[in-house]
Write a protein that binds this ligand. Structure first.
Ligand code: GMT
Length: 380
């Protein structure tokens, strides 16, 4: 059993969710897991004797217009590795975690401690922010100096190879989902009955409402669907685009059929009553939100951005359309929602989610940990 340090963003967002679920699963498999972040990860919802949390405090100083989080994080990593005798660090999202990992590793090396660093690339750390020249040289360097690099989809791996001169092998380890059974039996229908009293179809979208998610497309697709069949839409999450999305609902006159639910956690009760998940993202290295929906038997109509087609199988678990193809997405939604189609799509969505179960994916990370822990010390 290993002592593993996990570094991630603790807030609402796919990489933090994956890192936290990974930590929880590793802890239940007997590993000792130490989260090193500026806040307790929001998905840690119960006590576990194998889970520890080490807060990173950034000390402010009048001179600092931008307090140096990466230095505080690296210092905390050094401290935790030494005193908790960690075997490895697994950092999620390259910026700035892979860089802090590199720093911590070098500092520890001076003290004769070799700590392997595994970096998992999640998406915009490569495709958007990471590629920006503001960060690119540091991101490239930090990736190349990780002991092992993983990407959450083949598409993200290819993007990394295209945009960075990476001299490391990148292993694809997909995101995963814990399939808790039996959840469909227990699905509370109260909310659905109140929101869809006439048996309307229920569409759902979950995101952080950033421009890359194209939430306005969700509303436009919904509006087209609603012209043809009785339907309702739940918008879950919050973020910078919300005011624009609310304005659009008013313009299109569809407000009464849309519920903005804000940041709901957990999502179980909403997903298990939903009929269709809409994910029209401009960029999406994987689409964890879609996978979570599928685990509840919710088919997906999505864009074809990034790694989404590796998760949402066109014509099987839903449909994949070009980014911005509102007509296509509306047509696909109507097809999936048809009485004679929906059960088949629901069944296949569930089967697809099973392929990404915790039980299948977490052992792959364990193999990676074993391989880096056996590596001899390398001076960089
Ligand atoms: O890159 C982001 O948008 C943030 C990131 C996150 O930390 O929430 O999301 C990315 O990582 C998720 C987990 O691996 C993936 O499911 C998302 O597809 C990915 N987002 C994008 O690529 C836009």
């Amino acid at each position: 059993m290993a002592r593993i340090g996990i570094v991630c963003y603790p807030t609402y967002g796919g990489s933090g969710v994956v890192a936290t679920e990974l930590g929880k699963s590793l802890a239940s498999r007997g590993h000792q897991v130490h989260f090193i972040t500026y806040e307790q990860p929001f998905r840690i919802d119960h006590l576990n004797e194998n889970i520890f949390f080490h807060e990173v405090n950034v000390r402010d100083y009048p001179l600092f217009e931008y307090p140096p989080y990466v230095l505080a994080l690296a210092s905390r990593m050094v401290d935790v590795v030494r005193h908790e005798k960690l075997d490895l660090l697994h950092v999620h999202y390259a910026i700035p975690h892979a860089t802090a990992g590199y720093l911590a590793k070098q500092i520890l090396l001076e003290k004769g401690i070799h700590i392997p660093v595994v970096t998992t690339l999640h998406g915009t750390d490569i495709t958007l922010v990471g590629r920006d020249l503001t960060y690119k040289p540091v991101v490239r360097f930090s990736i190349n100096h990780s002991d092992c690099v993983t990407a959450v989809s083949e598409s993200l791996k290819q993007d990394t190879l295209k945009h960075f001169e990476v001299d490391k092998e990148i292993k694809v380890v997909p995101n995963f989902i814990s399939i808790k059974q039996p959840k469909f039996k227990d699905c509370p229908e109260t909310f659905r009955k109140a929101f869809c009293p006439e048996g309307e179809r229920l569409l759902v979208h979950v995101s952080n409402f950033r421009p890359v998610k194209r939430v306005e497309d969700v509303v436009r697709v919904f509006s087209k669907v609603r012209e043809k069949i009785p339907a309702k839409l739940m918008l879950v999450g919050d973020g910078p685009e919300r005011p624009k999305v609310e304005r659009l609902c008013r313009e299109l006159g569809v407000c009464k059929d849309i519920r903005f639910l804000g940041k709901v956690n957990p999502l179980d009760e909403l997903l298990c009553v939903s009929d269709l998940f809409i994910l029209p993202s401009e960029q999406e290295s994987f689409g964890l939100a879609a996978l979570e929906a599928m685990a509840y038997g919710v088919p997906v109509v999505s864009s074809n951005a990034g790694g989404i087609p590796e998760v949402n199988i066109h014509g099987e678990t839903g449909f994949v359309c070009p980014v911005g193809d509102l007509e296509g997405m509306a047509k696909a939604s109507l097809h999936v929602l048809a009485e004679d189609q929906l059960p088949k799509f629901k069944q296949r969505a569930r089967e697809q989610a099973d392929r990404f179960s915790t039980e299948k994916v977490v052992p792959v990370y364990e193999e990676i940990y074993a391989s880096v822990m056996n590596k001899p010390v390398q001076e960089v």
